[in-house]
Design a protein around this ligand. Structure first.
Ligand SMILES: Nc1ncnc2c1ncn2[C@@H]1O[C@H](COP(=O)(O)OP(=O)(O)OP(=O)(O)O)[C@@H](O)[C@H]1O
Length: 198
């Protein structure tokens, strides 16, 4: 499928629902999408599996990979490294569309410093109160971390609203999950017309 040559990037503040949206999309269209497995130096959350959810690595391994220029993008977020290796993306693109869950810094690197020509989608929560509720309800972060993430979210939404250099192809609001999923599919169809939904 030639569509597999353009990766899809889903960007947005922590808690807006990127992971949920990507899981649903992949569940519903398993044969079309692959999710590149990122590297991270953060510890696994309960139930996360090394090599499936992330490649969990030490700081030393991660910085070695940076030196070897193994990453399409990497970022230092909330004191931890996260990165997408070129190999991981190409592994997926060989047979499927590739979805990348990365922040705006990563998206900037992929869009402007690689030849991958991604479709970049920014996802927002309907408002900051809802975002805060989602982060609290998820219950995976401490209060301090939630506060840092909410501050970062304000900055990230400003960046999306400015959309300098047209980094984002589209900005979507994840209010209703099913509606947002359909909007993502519409964006993908627009930019990758060869895709056939099953
Ligand atoms: N449309 C929605 N309506 C209500 N709740 C939602 C919606 N989308 C996601 N959620 C919930 O919001 C919480 C955050 O979602 P998720 O973990 O997917 O966010 P994320 O953007 O991937 O966050 P992170 O970047 O921190 O991994 C989850 O508990 C999820 O079930």
């Amino acid at each position: 499928m030639s569509a597999s040559l353009r990766p899809i990037i889903i960007c947005g503040a922590s808690g807006v629902g990127k992971g949920t949206l990507i899981s649903k999309l992949m569940e519903n269209h398993r044969s079309k999408f692959g999710f590149s497995v990122s590297h991270t130096t953060r510890l696994p959350r309960l139930g996360e599996v090394d090599g499936v959810d992330y490649h969990f690595v030490t700081n030393e391994v991660f910085t070695n990979l940076i030196e070897k220029k193994a990453f399409v993008e990497y970022a230092h977020v909330h004191t931890k490294y996260y990165g997408t290796s070129i190999e991981a993306v190409k592994n997926v693109l060989a047979s499927k569309c590739c979805i990348l869950d990365i922040d705006y810094q990563g998206a900037t690197q992929v869009k402007f410093s690689s030849d991958l020509n991604p479709v970049v989608i920014f996802v927002k929560a309907p408002n900051f109160e809802v975002l805060e509720q989602r982060l609290r309800k998820r219950g995976t972060e401490t209060e301090d971390v939630i506060q840092v993430r909410l501050k970062n979210a304000i900055k990230e939404v400003e960046i999306a609203d400015k959309n300098e250099n047209n980094l984002f192809d589209v900005v979507l609001v994840n209010d209703n999950l099913e509606r947002c999923l359909q909007e993502i599919k519409d964006v993908i169809t627009k930019h990758i017309p060869t895709i056939k939904w099953d």
